[in-house]
Design a protein around this ligand. Structure first.
Ligand code: ZN
Length: 277
């Protein structure tokens, strides 16, 4: 498949369309600060095989999903590990993936973000419209992967992660970099007053990420809402990169819960610290 020119971030070269034998991803062309890490956002395509790519164990046969997860890791150069993910619950709990967690595994852990300082421990969050965010700092070297849907955004998951990075790992927000992946876009995410009201009550800047569409309907930009949370927490604007890819507009290439009436598979935002050379 030729890289889809309809996706602006691919057309302008800020994100690379990477088609392997069994996996197709988009990846930032460069990561600011030259961190020792790889990150990617999977598409719905399993590379040149022409098959679909689904990374949720809830939505596919376990051996096949496991194999597809390993294939994604292989494209990132991480073959010896398995992908660390948690049961996502649209909250703001943060799972620290330390040596004990690596040994015991994460079965039964409910959270919406994962954090590690360990190399070769790949972290992933499942998405199909929700926004995946990769956060990292170079000194100290810490990596986080965040699942920010509407409710996670409401619970300020990304700011909670920043607080954890500060408290546990002495990372100042000014040292953080953020990469935001594809999500349902600000023109496509229609919500009624019931969904919007809680934001109106608790977010002074709610009008900056909701757009009125008339008759009690608004659209929400998850990217814009999380960009504001990142900057409010002290992450420099120049450190924040977003794909600005809408999963509904580009449903041909990305899973979308809304565009597929809840029948979608799941993609992932994945990142891993590379072993020291
Ligand atoms: Zn759209």
């Amino acid at each position: 498949m030729t890289p889809p020119a309809a996706i602006p971030a691919v057309r302008d070269g800020t994100f690379l369309w990477r088609e392997h034998a069994n996996v197709t991803t988009i990846e930032p062309a460069t990561l600011p600060g030259n961190p020792p890490l790889r990150c990617c956002f999977t598409t719905r395509h399993a590379g040149t095989s022409g098959r679909p790519l689904n990374l949720s164990f809830d939505l596919g046969a376990r051996p096949e999903v496991f194999a597809q997860r390993q294939q994604v890791l292989r494209t990132l150069g991480i073959e010896q590990s398995t992908l660390f993910s948690v049961r996502q619950v649209h909250g703001n709990d943060v799972c620290i993936v330390d040596a004990d967690a690596v040994q015991q595994g994460l079965a039964g852990v409910h959270a919406d973000a994962l954090v590690t300082t360990l190399p070769s421990v790949p972290l992933g969050v499942l998405v199909a419209d929700c926004l995946p965010i990769v956060l990292y700092s170079l000194e100290p070297c810490v990596l986080a992967v965040v699942h920010a849907g509407r409710m996670g955004t409401y619970h300020r998951i990304v700011q909670t992660v920043i607080q954890v990075l500060q408290a546990r790992f002495a990372v100042s927000p000014q040292q953080l970099y953020a990469v935001m992946g594809p999500s349902i876009g600000g023109g496509c995410y229609h919500l009624d007053a019931r969904a919007v009201d809680p934001f109106r009550q608790h977010f002074e800047a709610w009008k900056q990420f909701f757009t009125p569409q008339g008759k009690g309907v608004w659209t929400m930009s998850l990217t814009r809402a999380n960009d504001l949370q990142l900057r409010d927490a002290g992450v420099p604007a120049a450190h924040i990169h977003a794909t600005e890819v809408c999963t509904v507009c580009h449903n041909a290439h990305f899973h979308s819960h809304r565009a597929e009436d809840g029948e979608a598979g799941r993609g992932m935002g994945i990142a891993v610290l590379l072993p020291e050379s």
